[in-house]
Design a protein around this ligand. Structure first.
Ligand SMILES: Nc1ncnc2c1ncn2[C@@H]1O[C@H](COP(=O)(O)OP(=O)(O)OP(=O)(O)O)[C@@H](O)[C@H]1O
Length: 448
């Protein structure tokens, strides 16, 4: 399609030639005293097209909303307003519908906001920045703001999942995991699956999940989009491509505790997170102070880790350890750095045993910086597993009136950025593959 339009902007209108091919829109602004200015947009980056007729005028307009691609993977919401006689505007709009039919893009969302995340800006960011974009793209949504921790499940109470094409979590990593757990549980309740049984076969959720990063920890958004930016994340949601990801179910004492989407780190990293949470009043400085204190006061734990390998064999690690760390989104050593891999065929666990403090600090710093070789230390046991169980039966316990045993020592797990007290003598973690998809087009996934 080709035609002559007026490009409308705040400064007035300018003549331009517009060409739409199978893959791009080109708009060339004619300039008699300088080179022509060209705006080129990939059709796959178009977010929405709006047309408008002007009263008592034979001129119509077309507003093209599209994703602007900036450096460092940042996406911006851009608009191109073109005016011409109505027939030409209709022809332009129709050429887009043919080239990029948007029938498979999501149209209705359930948005769940944690107003308490990070610097408590989640609600404002959603309503001021994200909601206008969704509305311009013809997306409707219902918003639920949580009132307390573990309130995300309330958002699903009266929701028929078959009417929703996306669940959007506005918050940090811990909140993402809370929302995903509530969503997966809702689906299992509908199908009467007993989720407290670690061997149960879970029913996949066919509603993708999106994250608008507004927390203090936003690793999931960073892994998915390569940048922590609410608008970039919102644009990826509108574009509707998805990445299949894994979850890990955590069972303790015969009960499902949570579905983790990012990490489940028992021991050192869990204890560091517990210290950080106890000192929330210090703001983000706590994430600098307590990891250091944690490593300097590291303690070995006597434990048995049994794990099921991909070949169906169970193996056992027995002995003192500092930590059992799992990256649910695997971090693979590629091209001289650690890169996230979504939806891997196994979970990779790293067991840290006795080692000099200096070596341990070096190893953890490499993980923090995503440096190559971060898991190539001889005090680490690295295994690809489908399931693992940690038993702490040689630690001192006390007996409750109910007859149940509880650990005397306070040990923690860092579960997607939240500290979970492990007060039982064992816990069980299983790979849950193919349960959910995330909005975003990460290259490690073959979904979309
Ligand atoms: N309305 C609420 N008030 C207080 N806490 C909430 C509320 N809604 C959710 N939460 C809890 O806030 C915790 C942290 O959420 P989130 O991951 O969004 O924020 P964060 O800033 O990354 O984390 P943190 O505040 O722990 O550093 C979650 O465990 C969640 O259960």
């Amino acid at each position: 399609m080709e035609g002559s339009f007026t490009k409308v902007s705040k400064g007035g209108g300018r003549q331009c030639d517009v060409t739409v091919t199978k893959s791009t829109l080109k708009c060339v602004l004619k300039n008699s005293i300088a080179p022509n200015i060209q705006v080129e947009v990939n059709l796959s980056d178009i977010l929405a097209i709006q047309t408008g007729a002007r009263e008592n005028s034979n001129v119509s307009s077309v507003i093209i909303h599209y994703a602007g691609r900036k450096k460092d993977k940042l996406l911006t919401w851009e608009k191109l307003v073109l005016a011409a006689e109505p027939g030409l505007c209709t022809e332009l709009k129709d050429s887009f519908s043919l080239a990029c039919p948007d029938g498979d893009r999501p149209r209705h969302f359930l948005v769940i906001v944690n107003p308490h995340s990070g610097t408590k800006t989640g609600s404002r960011i959603f309503h001021k920045k994200v909601a206008p974009l969704f509305k311009a793209c013809g997306i409707t949504f219902k918003v639920y703001e949580t009132t307390r921790p573990n309130d995300a499940r309330t958002a699903f109470q009266d929701v028929d999942l078959s009417t929703v094409q996306g669940v959007i979590a506005v918050g940090g990593d811990g909140f993402f995991s809370e929302v995903v757990t509530a969503l997966v549980l809702k689906q299992q309740q509908l199908h009467q699956v007993n989720t407290d049984d670690p061997n149960c076969a879970l029913v996949p959720v066919n509603v993708p999940v999106g994250v608008i990063p507004c927390g203090s920890g936003n690793y999931l958004a960073m892994y998915l989009h390569g940048i922590i930016d609410p608008i970039t994340a919102a644009i990826k949601i509108v574009l509707g491509k998805t990445t299949a990801t894994n979850l890990a179910s955590i069972h303790i004492g015969g009960k499902l505790i949570r579905y983790a989407g990012l990490i489940s780190c028992f021991g050192l990293i869990g204890n560091m997170m517990a210290m950080c949470e106890r000192h929330r009043w210090m703001g983000n400085v706590r994430y600098k102070v307590f990891p250091l204190k944690g490593i300097l006061t590291r303690k070995l734990v006597e434990a048995e880790v049994s794990y099921l390998k991909e070949n169906g064999e169970w193996q056992v690690y027995n002995g003192p350890l500092y930590s059992v760390d799992l990256n649910v989104v695997n971090l693979a050593d590629k091209n001289n750095k650690l890169v996230p891999v979504f939806g891997d065929s196994a979970l990779t666990i790293h067991i840290a045993s006795v080692c000099p403090l200096g070596e341990h600090i070096k190893q953890l710093s490499k993980v923090a910086d995503w440096t190559t070789g971060a898991y190539d230390f001889n005090f680490l046991t690295n295994e690809r597993v489908l399931r693992y169980k940690v038993s702490l039966t040689s630690l001192p316990t006390l007996r409750l009136e109910t007859g149940e045993e509880r650990l005397v020592d306070k040990l923690y797990m860092n579960l997607d950025g939240e500290a979970l007290l492990i007060d039982r003598t064992s816990f069980d973690v299983s790979l849950q593959a193919g349960l959910i998809e995330l909005f975003g087009d990460h290259p490690s996934s073959s979904a979309h």
